[in-house]
Design a protein around this ligand. Structure first.
Ligand code: DHB
Length: 401
C-alpha cells in the first residue's frame, strides 16, 4: 500500500523530548520517523522556560548540537532568592561545581530540528487525525493524515512525546494507569520585555502580594513573571499595571529593580504537578509532558523530558544491538525515580515562594523561616543548588562525561 510507512521507532511529537530522542536514535543508527501535529513554525516559536541544567548542557555539547547554545546562551553560576525586601545569593557553582545556562527551550527545539533536517531525517509536520493502535502487538501503528492523505506508519515501538494534551497517553486503557495530580490555585503572568537585564542572575522573589521572577533571554531581553490568578484575564493587565506590580514585588533594600522596556509578549500559564504511572504500556513509551508536568518554578520541565528520552534511547539501543529487553522493561521505574525527585523539588520551590490564597499568618511565618534557612544554611542551600543545577543521572550512557 502506497500510504503505508515502516520504521523502527515512531515518535509522536516534535518537542524537546521527541526531537532529542530522534537525534539520539540517529546517533545509535536506529531509524525513526517523527510525526508532529503542529507546524514547524509553531514548535520553533512556542515560548517556554529557559534554564538548562548542567546535564542538558553537557548532553547537547557531547552530541554536537551545543554550538549556538555556547555562543548565545548565558552561563550563570548562581541565583538570587529574595524575601522581606532583601535578596540573597545562592552560589550554585561554589556549592555544586556546576552551573546553569539560560537558553530558551524553543532555541533548543530549533537546534534539534536543524540537526535532524540537515542529516536528511524525516519530521512530518502538521499531521492531522493522529491515532495510535496495536500497543499490545509487536507492530503498533500510528495513523494520521498528511496533506489530506491518510497514512499508516507501522513501528516496532512508539514513543509518546506529544505533551500533556497529546493523544498517546489517552491511547492506554484507563485502568492500566494511575494518575497523581495537584493543581495550584495560581498561575504566572509572563512577559518578554525589550530591556537590558539589570543584572546577570535570576531572582526568585517572595512577596506578600505574590511571587515574582526576574529572568532573561539575551543581553537585550528581560523575561519576567508575576504570580496571578490562574484564570487571569490578560486584557486587564495594561503594560503600566504590569510594571508597577513588578516594581512593588521586586522592591529591595539596595534599590535594585528590573529595567523597564517595551513589552513584546504577554501570556498566562496555569500550574500543576502531574504524574502518570507507569510510563509504559506494551510497546508505547511515554516521555516528557505526556507522562508528567511540573509547575514552572525551577524550570525543570524540559530538563526532565530530556532525561527520560536519554534513558529510553539506551534501552532501545540495547534492544537493537543485542536483543536486550532489560533496560526497556526498567524504563518506567527508572524514569519515575527521577520524576518524583524533580516533582518534589518543583513543588517545594513553588510552595516556598508563592502566596497561597488560604494561607494564614502561621503559614507566612513558616515560609519566611524556610527562606531564611535556605539562604543562610550551607546544608540547605546545597540541597537547593544540587537540585537546581540538576541531580546526577541514575545511569550511564555513551554521552556520560
Ligand atoms: C524561567 C522560567 C522558570 O520557570 C524559572 O524557574 C526560571 C526561568 C525563564 O523562563 O527564564
Amino acid at each position: 500500500m502506497e500510504n503505508a510507512l515502516r520504521t523502527q521507532v515512531g515518535i509522536v511529537g516534535a518537542g524537546p523530548a521527541g526531537l532529542m530522542l530522534a537525534h539520539l536514535l540517529y546517533l545509535h543508527g536506529i531509524e525513526c520517523i517523527v510525526v508532529e501535529a503542529r507546524s514547524r513554525r509553531h514548535i520553533e516559536e512556542r515560548v517556554r522556560a529557559g534554564v538548562l541544567e548542567q546535564n542538558t548542557v553537557d548532553l547537547l555539547n557531547r552530541i554536537g548540537i551545543g554550538d549556538r547554545m555556547c555562543r548565545e546562551g548565558l552561563l550563570h553560576n548562581g541565583i538570587e532568592i529574595g524575601f522581606q525586601g532583601r535578596r540573597h545569593r545562592i552560589d550554585i557553582a561554589a556549592l555544586t561545581g556546576k552551573a546553569i545556562t539560560v537558553y530558551a527551550q524553543h532555541e533548543v527545539v530549533k537546534d534539534l530540528v536543524h540537526a535532524r533536517l540537515t542529516t536528511g531525517q524525516p519530521i512530518i509536520f502538521e499531521a492531522t487525525d493522529l491515532t495510535i493502535t496495536g500497543l499490545d502487538t509487536d507492530s503498533p501503528l500510528i495513523r494520521f493524515s498528511e496533506n489530506g492523505q491518510s497514512r499508516e506508519l507501522s513501528c516496532d515501538f512508539i514513543a509518546g512525546c506529544d505533551g500533556f494534551h497529546g493523544v498517546c497517553r489517552g491511547a492506554i486503557p484507563q485502568d492500566a494507569l494511575t494518575i497523581y495530580e495537584r493543581i495550584y490555585p495560581f498561575g504566572w503572568l509572563g512577559i518578554l520585555a525589550e530591556a537590558v537585564p539589570s543584572q546577570n542572575q535570576l531572582v526568585y522573589m517572595h512577596h506578600d502580594r505574590g511571587f515574582a521572577l526576574f529572568s532573561m533571554r539575551s543581553p537585550k531581553v528581560t523575561r519576567l513573571y508575576l504570580q496571578c490568578d490562574p484564570a487571569e484575564n490578560i486584557s486587564e493587565w495594561s503594560d503600566a499595571r504590569i510594571w508597577s506590580e513588578l516594581f512593588v514585588r521586586f522592591e529591595s533594600s539596595d534599590g535594585w529593580k528590573p529595567n523597564e522596556g517595551r513589552i513584546m509578549q504577554k501570556n498566562v500559564t496555569s500550574m500543576r504537578s502531574f504524574v502518570v504511572e507507569p510510563m509504559q504500556y506494551g510497546r508505547l513509551f511515554l516521555a516528557g509532558d505526556s507522562a508528567h508536568i511540573v509547575p514552572p518554578t525551577g524550570a525543570k520541565g524540559m530538563n526532565l523530558a530530556i532525561a527520560d528520552v536519554r534513558f529510553l534511547a539506551c534501552g532501545l539501543a540495547a534492544f537493537y544491538k543485542n536483543g536486550q529487553v532489560k533496560s526497556l522493561e526498567q524504563y518506567s521505574a527508572m524514569c519515575l525515580r527521577r520524576v518524583w525527585k524533580v516533582q518534589r523539588f518543583s513543588w517545594w520551590m513553588t510552595s516556598m515562594l508563592h502566596r497561597f490564597p488560604d494561607s494564614n499568618a502561621f503559614d507566612l511565618r513558616r515560609q519566611v523561616a524556610e527562606l531564611d534557612y535556605v539562604t543562610s544554611s550551607v546544608a540547605a542551600a546545597s540541597s537547593l543548588a544540587e537540585n537546581y543545577a540538576g541531580l546526577p543521572l541514575d545511569f550511564e550512557d555513551e554521552w556520560t562525561n
